[in-house]
Design a protein around this ligand. Sequence first.
Ligand SMILES: Cc1ncc(COP(=O)(O)O)c(C=O)c1O
Length: 374
Amino acid sequence: MIQTIKETIPYVDLAAEHVSIKDELLEAVKRVIEHGQFILGPEVEAFEKAFAQICGTNYAVGVNSGTDALILALKALGIGTGDEVITVPNSFIATTAAICLTGAQPKFVDVNEQGLMDPSLLEAQVNEKTKALLPVHLSGLPCDMNRIKAFCKKHKLFLIEDAAQAILAEYQGQRVGSFGDIGCFSLHPLKTLNACGDGGVLTFNNPELYEKILMLRNLGLKNRDQAILWSSNSRLDTMQAAILLVKLRYLAEWTEKRREHALAYNQSLNGIEGLKLPQEDPSCLGVYHTYVVRAARRDALQEYLEKQGIGSKIHYPIPIHLQEAAKDLGYKRGDFPVCEREAQNILSLPIYPDLKEEQREQICAAIREFYGEV
Ligand SMILES: Cc1ncc(COP(=O)(O)O)c(C=O)c1O
């Protein structure tokens, strides 16, 4: 009997992802080395223009990480000590860290079944100290922006979108990062548009914010010699901007491939007892930075997949309110039941443009096998 050899499928393979565009990337890097404007060179501005255009905002400012994008967004809106910012406990740690680093206090609300901010819980958290709302478009699925915007308007709160995982995602035909006062994106190597290193970007429409954010990312400097405020060095490297400009040309195609994989996973895994699939609101367009299933016996499933050479990850296994860093925020286990339950069930399956159809089928077959559905 001929046995088919099963392929090892990593959760992600960043080196492989770059093979087909390597020459273009090297050419872009070469141009930067030749012109020598390594700090805030022409590629940074060109990237910012292009990024603002894809988000549908007047401005985009490149910074050195998604974390700094969040910190600078909060600072640009004057948020700091004595203020409160409402966010969710199931995000990458950076969302809450950014709030704490400004001196403000994070206030959490629980999430819905898709892991997104539950707007019905917001009213109970708002008080006279609340200054802003910081929802997270987790996995690349947009939050309920109509309700979130209405809530911000009612209580006169700033709206900052953590769109780190959601470049090109749409809510009712509008791109995320364009709904609130400021959108914050990460260009980390694991993101859907990724630098070859760290990077981030802020998007917004207000011209006054533009001047301020330019200074905030560059030591508070108004020009070479005059500093207007205290700030740090958060600039996006010219080299990374050059790399990102190359990748931007492929972003729509890569995003479409991610969506194709997600829809194919949905079809292939539909109906398995013990497995819940991501639900995309029909008025939204998700970009599937991650493809997250809710799985009964999740740890056993992950182990089963691993034994077959299939990588998977958990985004995120420890809710932020239960992190050691959060011990002074006053929360305890049980405060956010949906988020805490999700942390036990969620599993992110491989999803990237280069994932082959056969590999995806192999993953689905292994999952069906695990649940005894063969
Ligand atoms: C939801 C979310 N917010 C913020 C960040 C922080 O971005 P960075 O790693 O670029 O600092 C990330 C990514 O890592 C993220 O996934």
